[in-house]
Design a binder for this molecule. Sequence first.
Ligand SMILES: C[S@@+](CC[C@H](N)C(=O)[O-])C[C@H]1O[C@@H](n2cnc3c(N)ncnc32)[C@H](O)[C@@H]1O
Length: 368
Amino acid sequence: MAGEPKRNRFHSLCPYFAMFPESFVETWVERLTKPSQVVLDPFCGRGTTPFQSLLMGRRAIGCDVNPVAYCISRAKTRRISAAAVRRRVTQLESQFNPDEWEASRRRLPEFFRVAFSPLTLRQVLFLRQHLEWRRNPSDCMIAALLLGCLHGESNKSPSYLSNQMPRTISTKPGYSVRYWIKHGFTAPRRDAFELARKMITFRYESALPGGHAEIVNEDMRNLPITLGKRRKIGCVITSPPYFDVTNFEEDQWLRLWFLGGPPHPTQGRVSRDDRHGDAAKYWTFIADMWRMLGQTVSKEADVVVRLGTSRGDAEELPKLLAECGKFSQRSVSLVTSEISPLRRRQTDSFRPGTAGCRFEVDCHFRLH
Ligand SMILES: C[S@@+](CC[C@H](N)C(=O)[O-])C[C@H]1O[C@@H](n2cnc3c(N)ncnc32)[C@H](O)[C@@H]1O
C-alpha cells in the first residue's frame, strides 16, 4: 500500500500489560524459522507473536485464557476489510435507541456513571450487548478497536471514551471515583460509533496480514487436546505470566466487563495462574507449560521464553526454567540465555508504586 505507516498500526490496536515489543518476535522469527513454518505462543496476550509471524509470512497459533487477549489477537490475525467493518458500525448505529438503555445505565455501579457520560455509557451498553465478537469477524474487530479506546488519558486525547484513566490497565472502581472527585475530572462526551469509525480509518492505514492465525481462548494446558496430533509446530515464542508480578484479569476488569464479564474486578474467574506468589505453585505452573510443549511441538523445536520476576536471583531463572524442562518428557537443551536490562523492557509500564518486575530473562531452548 502506498504511503503505509512504517510500523503496522494494528500492533497497537490495544495495549496489554507486560506485552513484548514486536522487535523481540521479529528477531526470533527471522533467526529460527522459514516462511510458512508454524509459530506458537501459548500465552499470546495482545497477539504480538501470531501477528508479527503472519506479517513475516509464517503461520501462527496463539492461545490465551483471557477473553481480552483472545479478542485483540483474533481481530488482528483474521483478515477483514475496512469497508465491511464500517458497514457493520453503520448497521449497529441505526439500531441504537438511547432511551432503551437508560434503565440499564442507572442500574450500574457508581463507577460507570462517573467514568462515562450518559450518552457514551448507553452506547457502550448497547454495543456490549449487540457485538457478537466471538462469532462475527467484523464485530470482533469493532470490539477490539473499542477495547483500545474504552479508557485512557482522555484529557490529552479525544480518542478515549472514559473519564481520565490509564490506557494500559483499568484502575479499581473505588480508587477511580475518589480520584475523579478529588481532581474535579468529569467524563467527556464521546460518541462510540464515531470513535469506532475514526479508529477504522486510522488503523487501516496499515494492511492486515494475509492468511489468518488460529487463536484459541483456553488454558494452555488443553492445547495438546485442542491441537490434536498436528506436530508441525517447530517454534514457540512466548512469555508466561511472571512470578508475583501482575494479575491480568483484575487489571483488565473494565475491558472484561465490556466483553460480557461482571461490572467489578475479579480474580480467579478467568485465570488461576496470573499471579502466583508462592514459588512452588509458580514452578508447578511452568512445569505444566513444559508438559504441554512436550506433547505439542515437533522434534528439534525451538522454544524462546521471556520471563521475569519481582524477586529472586536473575542467574537462577534460566536454571529453574531449564530444570522444569524435564516435565516435557523430552530432552531439553538451553541454547542461549540473556538477562535483559530493565530499561525500556516490557514491564516498564507497571503500575507506579508496586514492586513491578526487577529483571527479565530471554532463554532459547531446543526440545529434542
Ligand atoms: C506476560 S503475558 C503475555 C503478553 C504477550 N507476550 C504480549 O505481548 O501481549 C501472559 C499471558 O498469559 C495469560 N495466561 C495466564 N494464565 C494462563 C493459562 N493458564 N493459559 C493460557 N494463558 C494464560 C494471561 O492472560 C496473559 O495474557
